[in-house]
Design a protein around this ligand. Structure first.
Ligand code: CP
Ligand code: NVA
Length: 307
């Protein structure tokens, strides 16, 4: 049984090729109006204890397009919100649905759901990782650049769930990655070590720095995320001060390659981590990236449910 919880552990090099090829194939079929009911009769429970626009809509529509159905279960509606254990939830859902997608705070809760349940579990974002987003990101880069291997991605800002998963994904795909964060906000060492394990195989180069211009120099992809992730709202004012030197603006884009693309997982906060002129400008591919969540997630669902 395949889970999709931790990109480094759960996505092999072969899986990555399969997932990208399948996403490209299912995207083409969707655009051509060709039916692809690969998951006819299957059900996906989607647990959300944090907000979502893209992840919810893409998994829900994705299951529908694959001929199955998705159930949206928010914290307010299911008994997890009233203290039912992960153990009981995992066992109950295992008897009724074919897979679980969960977005929540503690990464360990997702691991526990997989440990106690008998069905595939997909991580729709935790405080530590956002592995479904980075598959859509790789698909988007491949579409715009024709390849992944040998490209350089620069991530500017908080060493958060996005940065951790981008380290995993770039190293697995053979892309160089430079992460620039303030000293106390760098990615946990564990993610740098794991990325370096794959980088040894793929030849990608991992650089952790505090200097945003050093990171962005010669990059093919510039990536930003919010400075205040879900759950950190009380720290917002302090974070705006801490991260203000890491804004992606025209000056910063100017040190990247002239054909560099700008990416952001969204939701974006214009005037903070990115200026309006960059995110709404000609180098931005953020809406392709958002759309590709749908196609990438369908590939993940097929891989988890059928392989
Ligand atoms: N990028 C992303 O995960 O968006 P949502 O929070 O809207 O799902
Ligand atoms: N780092 C952000 C990503 C949102 C998709 C958060 O966790 O809120």
């Amino acid at each position: 049984m395949k889970h999709y919880i931790d990109f480094h552990r759960d996505v092999s090099f072969e899986d990555l090729d399969y997932l990208l090829d399948t996403a490209i194939d299912l995207k083409a079929k969707t655009k051509a109006g060709i039916e692809h009911h690969l998951l006819k009769g299957k059900s996906l429970a989607m647990i959300f204890t944090k907000s979502s626009t893209r992840t919810r809509v893409s998994f829900e529509v994705g299951m529908y397009q694959l001929g199955g159905q998705a159930l949206f279960l928010s914290n307010n509606d299911i008994q997890i919100g009233r203290g039912e254990t992960i153990y009981d939830t995992a066992n109950v859902l295992s008897g009724m649905v074919d897979g679980i997608m969960i977005r929540t705070f503690k990464h360990q809760d997702v691991e526990d759901l997989a440990k106690y349940g008998k069905i595939p579990v997909i991580n729709g974002l935790t405080d530590d990782q956002h592995p479904t987003q980075v598959l859509a990101d790789l698909l988007t880069i491949k579409e715009h650049k024709g390849t992944l291997k040998g490209l350089k991605l620069a991530y500017l800002g908080d060493g958060n769930n996005m940065a951790n998963s981008l380290l995993h994904a770039c190293a697995k795909a053979g892309m160089d990655i430079s992460v620039a964060s303030p000293a106390d906000y760098s990615c946990p060492e564990k993610y740098v070590i794991e990325a370096n394990e794959d980088a040894k195989v793929t030849g990608s180069k991992i650089v952790m720095t505090t200097d945003p211009f050093e990171a962005a120099e010669g990059a093919d992809v510039i990536y930003a995320d919010t400075w205040t992730s879900m759950g950190q709202e009380a720290e917002k004012a302090a974070r705006v001060e801490i991260f203000k030197g890491y804004q992606v603006n025209s000056k910063l884009m100017g040190v990247a390659k002239s054909d560099a693309i700008f990416m952001h997982c969204l939701p974006a906060y214009r005037g903070y981590e990115v200026t309006e002129e960059v995110i709404d400008g000609p180098q931005s591919v953020v809406f392709d990236e958002a759309e590709n969540r749908l196609h990438a997630h369908k590939a993940i669902l097929v891989n988890c449910f059928l392989n």
